[in-house]
Design a protein around this ligand. Structure first.
Ligand code: NAD
Length: 493
């Protein structure tokens, strides 16, 4: 069986304790991809020590030169795209066209960060005193601990790792144990691009390894993507240590379809939003809110289209919907189907595992649609993270927005309407970090801020220019060339 390693100070090494875990193909449990180190705090200590030592010199490399290395990393991701997509699909299940898109997001992020190396703008402002100049600069923070989920194994880590590096930080990365291969991919690519040893390090493992990174006093900022429960626990630890942390957590995203919408477009939108990535996206459309005037007609067409979706191994070109990530998640989705039935929702499609032929060897759940879902039901409010769509009916726009807002999360949202007034009202009133007009709840672009409010985030935004606020600290500089003591408010009162 293939053995994989941690990556510390430019060298691939096993876990100190010698323990390993297996990486299993979710589409076929007979396919064991390899064994990865099950790291503990001693591995985290070694990785953080390497990253701390490397920080002294990496922070002094001019940012445009740091950007050049990341541009080369983007070129290598591009060159290896097909090979990496196959690795990722085998490991976490989504079809090849999706894993290629996952890598494209990392390429875009590398090229964006490369040019940011020539910007990283600060602000200047006039001084209130004569012959004095006020400036501000971004400084790197230090060692960044990056801990991520498995559903975007390359794209999501790239949103954190690449900006952190261009800002002059060093990194210790712990990928999800459900998709650990991305750690190896980043190590190989960043080394080939010319990143000095120790600047980027990887330790594999589960919560134990992640918690060790969070707890390490020399890790200055945590960039986390995962469930809200884990994120809140990490935030509590960071709070006790006065450590900066950026959290990207769960979602329960709604698509609203108004009576005047382009129905074909709205149908395509919800099919992609709800069942793309097998519904395992933080931005997946897990709630569909239909205006009552089009409810029955839309639903009939949606069920027909969802019935025709092809489930299968993502490595096969005809597959539209892959497996769910692991047995635990399969059981969780199954449990939600039971809960929804018990609460009085109607199962209009699916609602059970798919076990025909080869599907029996993997973690497959049928695309599922529950209708007559009301806001008091758990299915309406709780994140399932699977191919399960909850459909509700709204009387009018105000009611639709009220329903969309009735949940703990606030990541993505969407409205299909031809009415410009309704669109702007939705933009203003929907409580979410992202609102799409006439597009599904998924489809973020690397150069725009990404993140959510309420239970989804803690005020930070990845992507775009906003990510640089996570990975830098501001330094304000006053230059007084008056040759005399000037005392700001004391002189100017
Ligand atoms: P998870 O919270 O179980 O795990 C996420 C990561 O945290 C993993 O690497 C895990 O090993 C690590 N971890 C677990 N416990 C830890 C602890 N106590 N201390 C430190 N690290 C710990 O999430 P998951 O099941 O891998 O991913 C699914 C979740 O991720 C969903 O809720 C989904 O919405 C969310 N997600 C959010 C975004 C976003 O950008 N908002 C993107 C993708 C996924």
């Amino acid at each position: 069986m293939q053995q994989f390693s941690n990556y510390i100070n430019g060298v691939f090494v096993p876990a100190n304790n010698g323990r390993v875990f297996q990486n299993i193909n979710p589409a076929d449990s007979r396919d064991i991809i390899g064994e990865f180190p099950l790291s503990d705090s001693s591995d985290a200590d070694a990785a953080v020590a390497a990253a701390s030592a490397a920080f002294h010199s990496w922070r002094l490399v001019p940012a445009p030169q740091r950007g050049n290395i990341l541009r080369r990393a983007g070129d290598i991701f591009e060159r290896r795209k097909d090979e990496l997509a196959a690795i990722m699909t085998r490991e976490m299940g989504k079809p090849l066209f999706e894993t290629r898109g996952d890598i494209q997001e990392a390429i875009d992020t590398c090229y964006y960060a490369a040019t940011e190396g020539r910007r990283l703008f600060g602000y200047n402002a006039p001084s209130e005193m004569p012959n004095k100049m006020n400036l501000s600069f971004r400084n790197p923070v230090g060692v960044c601990g990056i801990i991520t989920a498995w559903n975007f194994p390359v794209a999501v880590p790239s949103w954190k790792i690449i900006p952190a590096l261009v800002c002059g930080n060093t990194v210790v990365f712990k990928p999800s144990d459900d998709a650990p291969h991305s750690g190896v991919i980043f190590a190989e690519i960043l080394a080939e691009a010319g990143l000095p040893a120790g600047v980027f390090n990887v330790i594999h493992g589960n919560a134990e390894a992640g918690a060790a990174i969070v707890a390490h006093p020399d890790v200055k900022v945590i960039g986390f993507t995962g469930s809200t429960a884990t994120g809140k626990a990490i935030a509590a630890d960071c709070g006790r240590m006065n450590k900066k942390c950026s959290l990207e957590m769960g979602g329960k995203n709604a698509q609203i379809v108004m009576e005047d919408a382009n129905m074909e477009l709205a149908l395509e939108g919800v099919l992609w939003g709800a069942f793309g990535t097998t519904g395992q996206r933080c931005t997946a459309t897990s709630r569909l809110i239909l205006h009552e005037a089009i409810h029955d007609d839309f639903l009939e067409k949606l069920i027909a289209r969802a019935t025709a979706l092809r489930l299968g191994n993502g490595l096969q070109s005809e597959t539209q919907v892959g497996p769910v990530i692991n047995k635990r998640q399969l059981e969780k989705i199954e449990n939600y189907a039971q809960i929804a039935r018990g609460e009085g929702a109607f199962c209009a499609l699916g609602g059970e595992r798919a076990t025909d032929g080869d599907l029996a060897c993997g973690n497959f759940f049928k695309p599922t649609i529950f209708t007559e879902v009301t806001k008091d039901m758990r299915l309406f409010r709780e994140e399932v993270f699977g191919p399960m769509l909850a459909v509700s009916k709204a009387r009018d726009l105000e009611h639709a927005i009220e329903l969309a807002n009735y949940c703990e999360y606030g990541l993505s949202s969407s409205i299909f309407t031809a009415n410009v007034d309704a669109a702007f009202q939705a933009i203003r009133d929907i409580e979410a970090g992202i609102t799409y007009i006439n597009a599904p709840t998924i489809g973020a672009e690397a150069h725009m801020p990404f993140g959510g409010i309420k239970g989804t985030g803690n005020g930070h935004r990845e992507g775009g220019w906003t990510v640089f606020d996570i990975f830098t600290e501001w330094k304000t500089v006053y230059v007084d060339y008056s040759g005399r003591l000037q005392r700001a408010q004391i002189d100017n009162q």
